[in-house]
Design a protein around this ligand. Sequence first.
Ligand SMILES: [Zn+2]
Length: 142
Amino acid sequence: MTSNNNQISGKDESGLEEVHYRLNGALQTGPKMQIIICKTLLRLPQSVQDFVYENCMFCEVGLDTGLCISKNWPGPHDWLIVLGSDADESVIAHEIAHSLKGHKRERIWSEPDSNEVFVQESEACEIVKQWGFTGPGTEAET
Ligand SMILES: [Zn+2]
């Protein structure tokens, strides 16, 4: 049975259902991306998971790029994490790392070549590696 792959069935996916429940309302993405986000959360330290439940909201844009941004957002969640449709777990973890460290991406747009960009990207990639991820979210690209 592969038809259930894109749904939270909860039976053999330990913890996935609970994470999905706790993120409910903060997941403004398609069902596939919701599962990838939940799986990412399960790989994070508990304190980081709690930070995400408290502060992060996720949405998905239909771009085929790996572009993800996080931004201050007024309301119950301070951070809006915008994910391209091809974002994988390492990319999601990367954006969570930015929000955790309070990196302000707005400044990056205005100063694309600044040293601060490099420092923030390296820091985010380092954190993602420490969490045990591999993939594009661990590679600094400025
Ligand atoms: Zn980054």
